[in-house]
Design a protein around this ligand. Structure first.
Ligand code: ADP
Ligand code: MG
Length: 208
């Protein structure tokens, strides 16, 4: 359903992505592992439409993806949580939610906040919560968007052990059978627990 074809991206002559191709089926769960700097984040950003590739194509259900990121049917958790500081935690979570009814929106925010242990922080601003809490808010926001494809860029990486496990389990529970997921991680255990198929990147390419 998502087809990434021959993507290339250079930064000042350095090949960040060197002819990368990839297919992700509807509701498939795929991990991408690899050392720091091998191009994982660049690939996700290009799929999300936030970085432009030098060449290559990305198709969804056979059609070229729209240039505008929010029309791609994709949501993303960035490597650094990246919340909007002028919005409360609750407003951040609901930012891309398609639910219109006010009561249902509140219920959705509360349900996700409870799942990720941030229920007491809904009225705070991102500057008033910790980095690990912000990461959980970013996950809740991506899930609230209910898009067909979810891109997760090291979503569990700066959580302490306890929250890391809880957050992974909850994220899996809330996404399984609902959307396709690409999880970028350098934690093997995380990849095994969360995904069914695994790819490894080295120096801008997938390797066996
Ligand atoms: P990963 O997520 O696997 O750690 P990245 O995709 O962030 O790797 O980066 C891949 C390579 O491209 C790295 O060597 C990084 O330094 C380089 N890179 C990423 N973004 C930029 C940029 N905006 N300008 C120049 N180099 C970049
Ligand atoms: Mg990265």
């Amino acid at each position: 359903m998502l087809k990434v074809i021959s993507i290339k991206k250079e930064y000042s002559g350095f090949k960040a992505l060197d002819d990368v191709s990839l297919t992700v089926d509807t509701k498939e769960r795929l991990s991408i592992r690899g050392e720091s700097g091998c191009g994982k984040s660049t690939l996700l950003m290009i799929i999300a439409g936030l970085t432009e590739a030098d060449s290559g194509q990305i198709l969804k259900d056979g059609k070229e993806l729209p240039a505008v990121p929010h029309k791609r049917g994709i949501s993303m958790v960035f490597q650094d949580a990246t919340l909007w500081n002028h919005m409360t935690v609750k407003e951040n979570i609901l930012f891309a939610s398609m639910i219109k009814d006010k009561k249902k929106r509140n219920e959705e925010a509360e349900k996700l906040a409870e799942a990720f242990g941030i229920e007491s922080m809904l009225d705070r601003y991102p500057t008033q919560i910790s980095g690990g809490q912000a990461k959980r808010v970013a996950i809740a926001r991506a899930l609230a968007a209910e898009r067909e494809i979810l891109l997760l860029d090291e979503p569990f990486s700066n959580l302490d052990k306890d929250w890391r496990e809880k957050t992974l389990i909850k994220t899996k529970e809330l996404t399984e059978g609902k959307c396709a997921v690409i999880l970028v991680t350098h934690n093997n255990e995380e990849a095994e627990l969360f995904c069914d198929r695994h790819l490894t990147m080295e120096e801008g390419k997938f390797v066996e």
